[in-house]
Design a protein around this ligand. Structure first.
Ligand code: PLP
Length: 355
């Protein structure tokens, strides 16, 4: 006897990467956090909100942020106005809102494999079916991804993808979205580390939605702020599904301060891209096979050392990386691009393990 809906009892639940709490000595390269401290303007903005007091509810739509982010998005999406933006408590909140609004029990949600493991949990919570389409060996998606399917209501594409770090070109996403019988959410959690993005598609096709987060490229994973870009008639329906006050006053002020500091953004982004290039070269020189990454992590495996054992040996030596094992695909290690010091320490330990 259980009190719970059968699909909740049956589901496994999403397991995030390990987050050792307190003063941990681990070099943490397992959850794609930014190694740098966020813009100093964030702290002052949060301080000002505390000074003014927290007794009032926040703006339900976080309009200060919506207005401000339009300035940043305009170069890719000239049509954008605040009515095209929905803010969330991290972009996971955005994914939850979209799934709840579009996918009913017995409906189908499609996503590629291997990709972000949370997509399955979101389907499970709805009691929905999943249709998992494998990436091609070159990490492209063929037209099977747009094939018709009974009760298909939503498709997710992480782009750049996790764990591969690969990017499906926007032209191909546009073709898939045109052919799909349902909306397609392009999860751009890592797009700030890539060469291109899918924002322009949102104006051309109301089935395309793009989600972004401040967790990775703005170093604010602990703050929880993300947003969705979609046509205004789509946003209007999604607003009905969100919690009334899904973004708190501190997060809204902090997010505004973060995106206002584009000098901080450009500098840390450049540092991460330089370290990514160096990490890729070093892994290859140690014999690893690496996928070329457009994100702040690298997916790799070693031809003569099992990924799971390497994960454990690294952990025993004080380095956390992410070991992933995907059904109908295989396993590997996802290494976050940390600071130069972290990556140097990691490489020194890894060298001892594989040579
Ligand atoms: C990290 C991540 C997110 C969301 O992160 P939030 O912290 O909830 O904004 C979404 N999608 C992918 C693929 C991610 O890796």
């Amino acid at each position: 006897m259980t009190y719970f809906r059968p699909n909740i009892v049956a589901m496994e639940g999403y397991t995030p990467g390990e987050q050792p709490q307190g003063a941990s000595k681990f070099i943490k390269l397992n959850t794609n956090e930014n190694p740098y401290m966020c813009s100093p303007h964030v702290k002052s903005a949060v301080g000002r909100v505390c000074q003014a007091g927290l007794h009032k509810y926040p703006d339900p739509l976080a309009t200060a942020f919506r207005v401000q982010v339009c300035e940043l998005l305009k170069k890719d999406l000239p049509e954008v106005t605040p009515e095209w933006i929905l803010c969330g408590n991290g972009s996971d909140d955005i994914l939850t809102i979209v799934t709840r609004a579009l996918v009913d029990s017995g409906d189908t949600l499609r996503y590629p494999n291997p990709s972000y493991v949370l997509y399955k949990s979101l389907a499970d919570i709805q009691g929905a079916n999943i249709d998992v389409v494998n990436f091609q060996p070159d990490w492209s998606l063929d037209k099977d991804f747009a094939a018709p399917c009974e009760r298909l209501k939503l498709a997710f594409i992480a782009n750049p993808n996790s764990p591969s770090g690969t990017l499906v070109p926007p032209e191909q996403i546009a073709q898939l979205a045109d052919a799909l019988p349902c909306p397609c959410l392009v999860d751009e959690a890592y797009v700030d580390f890539a060469d291109t993005n899918c924002l322009s598609l949102v104006a051309k096709n109301d089935k395309v939605m793009v989600s972004r987060t401040l967790s990775k490229s703005y170093a604010l994973a602990g703050l929880r702020f993300g947003f969705l870009v979609a046509q205004p008639h789509i946003i209007r329906e999604l607003v009905k599904v969100k919690d009334s006050y899904n973004c708190d006053s501190l997060a809204i002020a902090a997010a505004c301060a973060a995106i206002a500091d584009q000098a901080w953004f450009a500098e840390t982004r450049a540092a991460i891209l330089a370290t990514r290039a160096r990490l890729g070269e070093s892994l290859r020189s140690l014999g690893f096979t690496c996928v070329e990454s457009q994100a702040n992590f690298i997916w790799c495996e070693h031809p003569s050392h099992a990924s799971k054992q390497l994960y454990q040996d690294l952990k025993d030596s004080g380095v956390l990386v992410r070991y992933m094992d995907y059904a109908k695909w295989g396993d590997g290690l996802r290494i976050t691009v940390g600071s130069d010091e972290q990556i140097d320490a990691f490489l020194a330990i890894l060298q001892g393990l594989v040579t």
